[in-house]
Design a protein around this ligand. Structure first.
Ligand SMILES: Nc1ncnc2c1ncn2[C@@H]1O[C@H](COP(=O)(O)OP(=O)(O)OP(=O)(O)O)[C@@H](O)[C@H]1O
Ligand SMILES: [Mg+2]
Length: 277
């Protein structure tokens, strides 16, 4: 099944995904939406996670805060067509999509097709690093997201710098040659903002300054992605494309090497044992 979100040519889709639970998908999605809304941009949020955390946040959002059009995409209403349910009002310019945990490799394709930016938040535990190596393999090989097209970016989330786990995560991500768009620290500001239906950009300036600064490179990367036209390859479903001739407009790209070749760099015995995690 393909996810066809009815939209218009100016609609930009930003997908936040990582099948590993608790990596920060909802946190990134709601903060990105709040950032755009605060900037006066017509923004939508779509929640595909049956847990409904994004929708709860949207419902909790104070009425006086800039409006975000929110869709509970995890609900299936038998009285309306799916495309009616997922339709976007014409004034919406950016759509941020929050996805559920435990997405299968095949379902990833539903979300990556036609997305201008694919953001993957990653925590730094061993289990998360191993899970993300499988995810990257699935994105590159099953969903056919090309590294060279630059749609894919990783966010190192809840990081405590100067820990062994942090250094291992950064080494691993660098080996994958996928951009690390930003590093977000573990901060209660995310928790407090979310509880109030706000993003960190809506907290008092002095309180959230450090976190707002960490978001600047992420915002810059997303803006750049939204200004970049998608290629025929980005729009095509790899499943539907089996046996389809390559469109003439598609730039010629060499296939990405198997990401599993970029194996997790072994922990160096020289790493100091000072890491706290
Ligand atoms: N940088 C951060 N600092 C502090 N807490 C964070 C940070 N990022 C996320 N959290 C908290 O971690 C928890 C999990 O985050 P979140 O719900 O965004 O993850 P998720 O990937 O959407 O989870 P799920 O897979 O269950 O949907 C939440 O309580 C959230 O407030
Ligand atoms: Mg979530």
């Amino acid at each position: 099944m393909l996810l066809n979100i009815p939209g218009h040519s100016e609609l930009r889709k930003i997908v936040v995904l990582n099948p590993k639970g608790g990596s920060g998908k909802t946190t990134i999605a709601i903060n990105l939406a709040a950032y755009f809304a605060v900037g006066g941009r017509r923004t939508a949020l779509m929640d595909f996670d049956p847990q409904g955390s994004t929708m709860r946040w949207a419902r909790n959002r104070p009425q006086e805060r800039p409006y975000i059009y929110s869709v509970a995409a995890f609900e299936h209403n038998p009285r309306v067509t799916r495309s009616f349910q997922l339709r976007m009002p014409p004034e919406i310019r950016q759509l941020i999509i929050d996805t559920p945990a435990a997405l299968t490799a095949q379902r990833l394709t539903q979300f990556t097709r036609g997305a201008h930016a694919i953001l993957v938040p990653v925590l730094s535990s061993d289990m998360d690093i191993h899970a993300v190596s499988q995810l990257m393999a699935d994105l590159l090989l099953v969903a056919k997201v090309s590294r060279r097209m630059g749609r894919l970016g990783v966010i190192a989330n809840r990081v405590r710098e100067n820990t062994l786990a942090y250094r291992r995560l950064m080494r691993f991500l660098e080996a994958l040659q996928i951009p690390i768009v930003t590093v977000l620290r573990d901060s209660q500001n995310y928790v407090h903002a979310a509880e109030q239906g706000l993003g960190i950009h809506e907290l008092p300036h002095s309180q959230a300054l450090k976190d707002v600064e960490a978001w600047a490179p992420l915002i810059g990367w997303v803006e750049q992605r939204m200004a970049t036209a998608l290629t025929a390859r980005d729009l095509r479903s790899p499943l539907a494309a089996v046996g389809t001739p390559r469109p003439a407009t598609e730039p010629s790209v060499r296939p990405d090497p198997d990401p599993r070749e970029a194996a997790l760099p072994p922990a160096r015995t020289g790493d100091p044992p000072a890491g706290k995690s």
